[in-house]
Each structure stands twice: as structure tokens, then as C-alpha cells.
Design a protein around this ligand. Structure first.
Ligand code: APR
Length: 248
């Protein structure tokens, strides 16, 4: 398949299912998950901070890490890639579905999920916390007024980051919605993900099995590139612009 064919497939598609990963937020200055361990945090593997075991051993340490990421995310702005996905949602309406593995909330801030289609955050959102006692979910206070751990506004219990950690199950409803959308997609777009974390990484395979065209946008080859019908080897904003026929 050539770029012109991929463009045509996307233009003509009634149902488009998109999976995004950390690469989509790289142009907003948020380091990808596997590049994020710098400075003080370089001696930890992400798995040693983002897991129930790590939180059980040292909740203050895990909260300190998330509070830092929360500060970075609130300072960052959605980029051109996020904006083009919102534009595509506007064009496709209820035929558009976006599943993100990102917990930074930037798709929501760019308008995804509010332009006629649907957005699900498969791995949660680090700008919110969830009560360990009663499951209440609440936004974190503004970074300047935030001292972790937050207390539940409903029952006073300790709250944890509202993200899916290694070894935890994905939210059932979000995952089921994503599986249905990818199974029914004419085109699946896989953007900025290394494709190593399942079940998210398996969504494209399901779309392909049902006859969809799968297009990857990523500057480098990934674990799931071999499955793709077509790949745009570029960063998310330029890759999407090329696919939507909007090159400068
Ligand atoms: N545009 C598009 N892709 C990019 C860009 C960019 N500007 N910069 C980097 N990438 C690509 C990288 O080449 C890589 O393939 O983004 C991908 C990022 O991979 P990861 O850091 O592994 O992130 P992700 O795939 O989202 O990780 C999945 O794993 O660690 C868990 O729960 C965490 O949600 C995360 C999940």
C-alpha cells in the first residue's frame, strides 16, 4: 500500500478506531514511558514504581513520582497530533473511537471524546485519584496546593493514583468498548506506541483479522509493525497531517 491509498482508505472509512501511546505526547514535551526515568528516578524501573507491590511497600515514594508527573502534565499543552485526532473525530462523528494508553489527559484537553466520537483511557488518568476504601474518584487539587497522598472527599480514606498499574486489570467497560470498536473498524490507526503492553497491543490484530486496514504512525519500527498494512515513519503530528492530506 502507498500513502495515497492509506489516505483514501482513511477518507472513505465510516468506522475509524485509533490506539495511541506515549509517543503522541512526546511533542508536548512529556517523555515516553520508557524514556521517562531520568535524574533522581533513573535508579528505578517504571515497573518498580507503577505496581501494587511498590505502592504497598512505599506509598509516599510512589505518590512523589506521580505528583512530579502530574506537575509536568499540567504544564504541558496538547500538540498538533492531538488536535488532528480531534479534527478526525469531528469528521467521522460517532464512527470515531479513540483508545489511549496515556494517563496524561491531553486527548481530553484537546477535545477528543467531545467532538461526536468516543474516547476511552485504558490505563486511567494521573490527574485524578481513587479512594482505596470506597473507590470514590476525584480530580487532584491544583499542583501548587497538592500534598500527596490526597484524602477521599467522601469517606476520608487514603486515595491512590487513578491509573492501571502493572499486574492490574484494565477497566472492563473501556476495554470491551475498545474491542468492539476495533473489531468493527474499517481503518485502525496505531500511533506512538511500542506495542509491548497487552491487551492494548492486540487491538490492531483484531481489526486486521476482520478485514480492516491498519496504519501505524511511529518514527521507528515496533513490535507490532509487521502486522500493519501501512506505516508512516514520522512523528505523530506530521504523520497524521500526511494521512489527512494536510502537509504544509
Ligand atoms: N510521535 C510518534 N511516536 C513517537 C514519538 C513521536 N513524536 N516519539 C516517540 N514515539 C514512539 C516510540 O518510537 C515508541 O514506539 O512512541 C512509542 C512509545 O513507547 P512506550 O514508551 O513504550 O509507550 P507506550 O507504548 O504508550 O507504553 C504502553 O506501557 O509502560 C506501560 O502503562 C504504560 O501506557 C504505557 C504502556
Amino acid at each position: 500500500m502507498k500513502l495515497a491509498d492509506a489516505r483514501a482508505a482513511l477518507r472513505e472509512a465510516r468506522h475509524v478506531a485509533v490506539l495511541t501511546g506515549a509517543g503522541v505526547s512526546a511533542e508536548s514535551g512529556i517523555p515516553t514511558f520508557r524514556d521517562a526515568q531520568t535524574g533522581h528516578w533513573a535508579r528505578f524501573r517504571p515497573e518498580d514504581l507503577a505496581s501494587p507491590g511498590a505502592y504497598f511497600r512505599d506509598p509516599a515514594l510512589v505518590w512523589e513520582w506521580y505528583a512530579g508527573r502530574y506537575r509536568d502534565v499540567t504544564r504541558a499543552q496538547p500538540n498538533g497530533g492531538h488536535a488532528l485526532l480531534t479534527q478526525l473525530e469531528r469528521e467521522k462523528g460517532d464512527g470515531f473511537f479513540l483508545a489511549t494508553q496515556n494517563v496524561d489527559g491531553l486527548h481530553t484537553r484537546a477535545g477528543s471524546g467531545a467532538a461526536g466520537g468516543q474516547l476511552v483511557e485504558l490505563h486511567g488518568n494521573l490527574t485524578t485519584a481513587r479512594c482505596e476504601v470506597c473507590d470514590w474518584t476525584a480530580d487532584l487539587p491544583a499542583p501548587d496546593h497538592f500534598t500527596p497522598p490526597p484524602s477521599c472527599p467522601d469517606c476520608g480514606g487514603r486515595m491512590r493514583p487513578n491509573v492501571v498499574w502493572f499486574g492490574e486489570d484494565l477497566p472492563e467497560t473501556a476495554l470491551a468498548a475498545a474491542a468492539t470498536a476495533f473489531a468493527g473498524a474499517d481503518v485502525a490507526l496505531i500511533i506512538g506506541t511500542s506495542g509491548v503492553v497487552y491487551p492494548a497491543a492486540g487491538l490492531a490484530a483484531e481489526a486486521l483479522r476482520r478485514g480492516a486496514v491498519a496504519i501505524e504512525v511511529n518514527p521507528v519500527e515496533t513490535n507490532i509493525s509487521w502486522q500493519m498494512t501501512f506505516a508512516v515513519r514520522d512523528v505523530a503530528s506530521r504523520g497524521l497531517a500526511a494521512l489527512l492530506g494536510q502537509e504544509p
